[in-house]
Design a protein around this ligand. Sequence first.
Ligand code: DQA
Length: 180
Amino acid sequence: MPVSSTGMTLWRAFSQEPGCPADSSCYKTPMSDPVILVVNGPNLNMLGTRQPELYGHESLADVESLCLAHAASLGLAIDFRQSNHEGDLVDWIQQAKGVAAGIVINAGAYTHTSVAILDALLSVSLPTIEVHLSNIHQREEFRHHSYVSKAAKGMICGLGSHGYVLALDALAKLIGSKGA
Ligand code: DQA
């Protein structure tokens, strides 16, 4: 099973041949399920221990498992990633063009600051759903503005990890997935 530089599991659009090393061209069997890129920004690797009164007790690995199970029920595959670095998020969004069928993004604090992430989302023209675990509109004024929202079909906030599930439901419907 391929693993990303952040240690998170990467669910790619290709299945691995038995006995084949993870880094090789043995990834030859394209899976038929559309791939959704689920991108998580800074400090979301701290979920579970980070301000649990705001963000809950689930870890990011728990959120990934939730996404994976729900995506499978919708006939979708998942490429789940997290980085604390803005450029990584920009690179991953750009690389999704022509590969992913849609994007779920929780850009963390970059939501409120990053024109670069907005531009990347606009450049790939993929259906995008923005997610926040907390209700950003009940929090500090500076969290009320989102650059990501300008490129998103919709935004879900305040529902904890269930927001990711709802985002996958929305994308399945938008892209006409067989499980929607
Ligand atoms: C967050 C909200 C952001 O304002 C904050 O910077 C985060 C998490 C959320 O999921 O509620 O890191 O995106």
